[in-house]
Design a protein around this ligand. Sequence first.
Ligand SMILES: Nc1ncnc2c1ncn2[C@@H]1O[C@H](COP(=O)(O)OP(=O)(O)OP(=O)(O)O)[C@@H](O)[C@H]1O
Ligand SMILES: [Mg+2]
Length: 255
Amino acid sequence: MPRQVCRPTNRGLIHGKLVSMSFQSPQLASQVVLSGHGLVKYYGPVVGLAGVDVGVRAGEALAVMGPSGNGKTTLLHVLAGILTPDQGEVWLGGERVDQLNDAARTVLRRRRLGFVFQDNQLLAELPADENVALPLMVDGVSRRDAIGRARATLAQVGLANEVGRRPGELSGGQAQRVAIARALVGEPQVVFADEPTGALDATTGSQVIDLLIGAATHRGAAVVVVTHDNSVAARCHRTLTIVDGRVHESLGATR
Ligand SMILES: Nc1ncnc2c1ncn2[C@@H]1O[C@H](COP(=O)(O)OP(=O)(O)OP(=O)(O)O)[C@@H](O)[C@H]1O
Ligand SMILES: [Mg+2]
């Protein structure tokens, strides 16, 4: 299935600042890009997921909430192909992906998905531009092109002047913006984030989540964000609450 990109009609990232936007094509915006059906996952005798159905559309941000230990990270990892479900199916852009072998899932994660974690997971010895360029170079893009794309993406998250700094020379919020740039540089269809603001103060966390959701959905990517923070969920289009490995509640209008 060909990849499609939503074009923003009004505004986007302006000088690194995020502003709201809409989509030219409601049809495109309503396209389900990622879905899970009847997802069950066990860790030995422990039930991680007990039968979850979920879908997320192009340009949509979905928050996953719920008490600790109830299956949020498990759901994210199953949807992202990091874990395989024991039952159920995962579909990405019209293709069933849960049955792919490890190598194929690794390629899929690198080419079609992006990840942002609580502790940015940047490589300490590399400057920001090389951290962002690395997944492209692993995928065969020349160093010159990869660095060029990395710098352009860093500029979009407001870090044009910090491309040469190592993670230890950046603030927590700046480092997380580098991680967002790394997640976006490969033009993913879905960006997954697990507690992306968990290590940041409230103000910085709000800026980072606005940037993540704005920059991803601006490109027509879907966002799935696990969070304990109501203010993060409030910035998403929908919220799924997971309790005991099941969908307890689904709030928000389907776009
Ligand atoms: N690798 C693992 N081996 C065994 N059990 C696991 C493993 N990972 C998770 N679990 C268990 O699966 C259940 C769901 O865990 P999960 O990490 O999905 O919770 P969570 O909702 O993300 O929690 P938190 O908010 O604390 O991050 C928990 O009971 C947890 O102990
Ligand atoms: Mg978790």
